[in-house]
Design a binder for this molecule. Structure first.
Ligand SMILES: NC(=O)c1ccc[n+]([C@@H]2O[C@H](COP(=O)([O-])OP(=O)(O)OC[C@H]3O[C@@H](n4cnc5c(N)ncnc54)[C@H](O)[C@@H]3O)[C@@H](O)[C@H]2O)c1
Length: 419
């Protein structure tokens, strides 16, 4: 690999490659139509048809000349590439990062940065390894927690901390929920592959957006010291015989919730202590057992004289369609849509509201300029620590005090090998 000038040196668009070409890769791609200074020049995923279809979508959106590579090594060796976005399933995270670090260290890849989807890993040990690998390879890194960049979260946090906090005090309670009717691919449902159930899959968003809202603007996230965690998990819907059979029929024999369920509901309470010794709380709930119009994200921030609330289903735009209006099922109104008739909420810019557009804009500009993003793999590690503490609390039926707990080798019961 010959030395080449970087995007930062040339002030040219960042040229990125996607690892994975599934659901979230297409969401990210769509969001990039609202981002400057980026070109998508490569993709790798194992299925030739899917990566070719992804490259065709890049061309259609005029987002770059995208080569569909038949291996991760080939993608990484593409000498146009500045950075990669890791968007493959959770069980492939660590092997993907091991490969990236090895290729960069051996001089077989000229990339300078990596962005990674949630969750950063499935256990604290894996998450710390992800961070160590990216640092050892000398790469800039960003953790793609989209909710921190949600337009409502950014605007709401700014108003509360600028207007309300100076004369009445800091917020003390963040509530966050993310719920839908269940994931789209079999691997999400399998604790051995995904790493957990809904707590790992979706509470990763809620704990981090809660922590973010409670953190003073501009302050490091660890200015809030994580003190304790308590949680409850349950399988409310998908182990019921009727629904377990439905799941097996749709997801295949590897997903049998009568024999190997994972939790489809979780609630968690995290306590933190701020720089002045004041206790603040994140209360999070999540489920794969919510059958409403579609994905529901609810965020609240409460303080002594104020409250903020946001729900992705309280949309300004709603459409009504009578029973005479029939057609194909789809997700064209909202993500994880459950109906096509009646009064339906519509998000006219899902990529913006959920935060993908601004997350990508932030990462791309940081990577172009060689700046550290405001959300890095270190935050991804902290998220996994919070989630593992919650799992351990639910498993042991007690409050986990972080001062006397080592979570390094802890893994949720649903992810452990079974006889
Ligand atoms: N931010 C969010 O709200 C959000 C939403 C959905 C998914 N995600 C995360 O994004 C990741 C992908 O989820 P998804 O919904 O797109 O899943 P998916 O199953 O729809 O797509 C996964 C893609 O990765 C490919 N793949 C499989 N093994 C691979 C490997 N070893 N190397 C490269 N590619 C490989 C698959 O072929 C597929 O193209 C997961 O980690 C998930 O947790 C985040």
């Amino acid at each position: 690999m010959t030395a080449r000038t970087t995007a930062a040196e040339e002030r040219r668009p960042l040229r990125i490659g996607f690892i994975g070409s599934g659901f979230i890769a297409h969401f990210h791609l769509k969001s990039l139509t609202g981002v400057r200074n980026v070109e998508v020049v490569g993709v790798y995923s194992p299925t030739p048809e899917k990566r070719a279809a992804f490259a065709a979508s890049v061309a259609e959106l005029d987002l770059g000349e995208c080569t569909a590579h038949e291996s991760l090594e080939a993608l990484l060796a593409d000498d146009r590439l500045d950075a990669v976005w890791i968007l493959s399933p959770n069980h492939t995270r660590l092997e993907t990062m091991e490969m990236i670090a090895a290729q960069v260290k051996a001089g077989r890849s000229g990339i300078t940065a990596v962005a990674c989807e949630k969750p950063l890993a499935r256990t604290v040990a894996e998450a710390r390894r992800m961070l160590a690998l990216v640092e050892e390879a000398g790469l800039n890194h960003g953790y793609l927690e989209n909710q921190l960049f949600s337009t409502a979260v950014v605007r709401g946090k700014e108003i509360i901390w600028r207007r309300a906090v100076p004369n009445s005090g800091r917020p003390y309670l963040a509530r966050a929920a993310e719920e839908h009717s269940g994931p789209h691919e079999p691997w999400f449902w399998r604790g051995d592959m995904q790493g957990g159930g809904v707590l790992l899959d979706m509470m990763c968003h809620s704990v981090e957006v809660g922590r973010f809202m409670l953190t003073r603007p501009g302050a490091a996230r660890d200015t809030l010291r994580f003190k304790s965690a308590s949680a409850t998990v349950a399988t409310l819907k998908w182990a019921q015989p009727k629904y377990a059979a439905d799941l097996k029929a749709r997801m295949g024999g590897g997903v049998d919730y009568t024999k190997r369920p994972a939790e489809d509901f979780a609630r968690g309470l995290l306590t933190f202590v701020d720089e002045d010794g004041q206790e603040v709380i994140v209360e999070a709930t999540t489920s794969w057992a919510y059958v409403g119009p579609g994905l529901r994200i609810v965020i609240e921030l409460l303080g002594p004289e104020y409250a903020l609330e946001f729900s992705t289903l309280n949309t300004g735009l709603k459409v009504f369609m009578s029973r005479e209006v029939t057609g194909d099922q789809g997700e064209d109104l909202v993500e994880k849509q459950n109906a096509e008739q009646g009064l339906m909420p519509v998000l006219e810019d899902e990529a913006g509201v959920y935060g993908y557009t601004d997350a990508n804009r932030h990462m791309i500009e940081c990577f172009r300029a060689g700046r550290t993003p405001m959300e890095t793999f270190a935050d991804g590690v902290a998220v996994i620590e919070m989630l593992m503490a919650l799992y351990k609390s639910a498993e042991e039926g007690r409050v986990i005090e972080m001062a006397d707990t080592d979570l390094t080798d802890y893994r949720p019961a649903v992810s452990r090998p079974q006889d």
